[in-house]
Design a protein around this ligand. Structure first.
Ligand code: EPU
Length: 292
């Protein structure tokens, strides 16, 4: 993939992805590319398409399972400064797609800017959070999105209103486009109050979810009007194990792994859970995590 060298940015060949995902599993990427700026990103996306080489964007790796044989293509990381800018103007905050969401939401809460507290305890980049409409019981990112800039696979850029971004439960219209930045409309409030809410949401998650273990958060989307975690739990699957991967005892919609686990252990466990839940409850579970 010599053509990547035509674009400004750092290139790593045969780059292990396990160190970049929360599961700490899976094989290498043929190339890992850190574009210097939006032009370099546009060039790589366009060229990848022309050369029929798959190009995937990796955020903070919290919602991804990489297969053991790795990813035969280019993985892009938006970790250069051009993609990590944050600007605050009154109640309006613009953040680059590569910005780490948790420190951002914590920092804004401490400043008394309210709206991103529901993101406490959700590891994600801004791009990943917008694409998946990250959230939970306390709200989702779509609630505060005002504008999103996305790059298409031909390198062109569009700015979308919240309506155009097509948000739904854990989804958006982003698809295979790349989020360049998002602008949020927050509300000024008492910093102590907003920080306290942030901390409460964070603590509640720490109590109910195995955030200290190697996992990728919830594995399955909640089916309409039901909780995937409760269905898995009531099917008796807590602690169920395939190789080094187990259903968490703390929250049944999490799979935790121990050292030596492989991606195929996790995939076998996912199949076992889906089959058991289908047989027991007649419900088809859909994965929330992405499998590469
Ligand atoms: N439950 C069980 N057993 C379990 C887990 C949950 O019975 O092992 C029950 C709980 O007692 C509760 C219900 O299921 O009555 C719902 O559980 P919870 O409040 O933990 O929320 P959830 O629907 O399982 C969602 C998001 C989480 C988010 C939390 C909290 C999905 C798939 N999950 O979980 O998001 O952190 O709300 O806001 O939408 C993620 O997306 O990766 C994720 C972790």
């Amino acid at each position: 993939m010599d053509w990547l060298k035509d674009f400004a940015g750092r290139i790593e060949a045969d780059a292990p992805l396990s160190r970049l995902t929360w599961f700490r599993l899976g094989g290498p990427a043929r190339c890992l590319f850190h574009p210097h700026d939006a032009d370099a990103l546009a060039g790589a996306l366009r060229r990848g398409r022309e050369e029929s080489v798959p190009v995937n964007v990796l955020g903070c790796g919290a919602n991804i399972l990489v297969r053991d044989d790795g990813f035969d293509g280019v993985v892009v990381r938006l970790d250069e400064p051009a993609f990590r800018e944050v600007s605050v103007e009154g109640e309006s905050v613009r953040a680059g797609g590569g910005v780490d969401m948790m420190p951002l939401s914590r920092g804004l809460s401490a400043k008394g800017l309210s709206g991103l507290e529901p993101m406490a305890g959700i590891p994600s980049s801004i791009g990943g959070a917008v694409r998946m409409n990250a959230g939970g019981r306390y709200g989702e990112i779509a609630d505060v999105v005002e504008k999103v800039a996305v790059m298409n696979r031909d390198g062109s850029v569009e700015e979308w209103s919240r309506e155009q971004a097509g948000f739904g439960y854990r989804r958006s219209a982003v698809g295979d486009r790349v989020v360049l930045w998002a602008r949020f409309k927050l509300k000024e409030d008492d910093p102590r109050q907003v920080s306290q809410t942030y901390d409460e949401i964070f603590d509640q998650k720490m109590e109910t979810q195995p955030l200290g273990d190697a996992s990728a958060g919830c594995i399955f989307k909640n089916p309409p009007d039901a909780s995937a975690g409760a269905l898995i739990d009531k099917a008796g699957l807590k602690g169920a194990t395939c190789g080094g991967a187990s259903v968490s005892h703390r929250h049944a919609n999490f799979i935790v792994t121990r050292q030596g686990a492989t991606a195929s252990d996790v995939l076998r466990l996912i199949d076992l859970i889906r089959e058991t839940v289908r047989e027991r409850w007649g419900t088809e579970l859909e994965t929330e995590i992405e499998i590469w």
